[in-house]
Design a protein around this ligand. Sequence first.
Ligand code: SDX
Length: 379
Amino acid sequence: MNVCEYIPGLENIPAAKSSISYVDGQEGILEYRGIRIEELATKGSFVETAYLLIWGELPTQEELDAFEGEIRYHRRIKYRIRDMMKCFPETGHPMDALQTSAAALGLFYARRALDNPDYIRQAVVRLLAKIPTMVAAAHQMRRGNDPIQPNDNLDYAANFLYMMTEQKPDPLAAKIFDVCLTLHAEHTINASTFSAMVTASTLTDPYAVVASAVGTLAGPLHGGANEEVLAMLEEIGSVENVRPYIEKLVANKQKIMGFGHRVYKVKDPRATILQNLAEQLFEKTGRDEYYAIAQEVEKVVEEKLGHKGIYANVDFYSGLVYRKLGIPSDLFTPLFAIARVAGWLAHWKEQLAVNRIFRPTQVYIGERNQPYVPMEKRL
Ligand code: SDX
């Protein structure tokens, strides 16, 4: 069999045929099942978007009500899992807690009945329902609090904010958070989705698939950038400090968090929507001192690196929105994971139909036919 040329990071190498989402990196276009992200962000909801991504079409009102009802029913987490989470160290990062919790769901629910549509639906509903509850519960436990139970009268986004703050959220805050979830739900074959697909291709259970993807998303080059962006804005400290700070990073060829993308060579359309959401929030709750710094950072980075196709990506403004919603920065990436469960599950389902294990090859560059050197002769 002829071996293709080795391309680092599989850049521009198709690893699947998919109908879930489409990205045009030159035009800055993102579509979920052919629908522009701008449409879904303004007219839909995250749960409706998750249904669209996973089952391939927009739900009727009856289908959406049933799906939402099942998710509300399954939001509670078993006491045995809550008791396990109580043992998590306060020092661990919430993404590590989330990865462990997702795998723990597999202990209770994994049956690998992948040819059973009811099992598939149950796994989809349980993961969409329980992942946010686990993130909120772990957050409360880290602070020594006993996590409150989900509020069955609140929708997906509002219930998460309620479990985080123990107060009913402002309707604008809940709507903006719901849009953030839609924006982060899916993005073709990014690193964490590719992890999910590789794991899925072995026909393991969907809980292991999600746990594998969470571990991948945690890296600062992928999902972890939004937390790093806020740390950078805090370190810059003022608009006046932006230019020298960025010029130093560029001179040292250091990666600037929240910028650049393997596919987008223009501003990420999600960054534009998130920037508008930030401005809506600031109008209602007051300006954020870091927003002016962020706008200056974007201007200077575009001036210095725009010619290389390096522009703001989805992670650049999301942290400012979450900060305004009162969410601590160590939860920014778990929020990304909560949303991306929808995309991971969509690709898991799509991968099951392919039914072919991922097993790429390599270009071997090591030694051949070497002797086993006895210990006494080793230098
Ligand atoms: C996400 O894939 C997805 O779809 C991911 C995502 C999703 O929804 O799943 O969109 C979410 O992961 C967004 C990206 C969040 N990460 C960051 O913001 C971290 C900072 N960004 C970079 O690490 C980087 O841009 C990547 C990892 C996102 C993409 O890197 P590539 O495509 O591998 O680019 P590269 O490393 O090959 O760099 C090409 C050139 C280099 O310069 P030269 O050596 O050619 O002179 O561009 C430069 C790089 O130095 N470059 C940057 C840069 N990103 C690339 N220079 C400064 N700052 C940056 N952020």
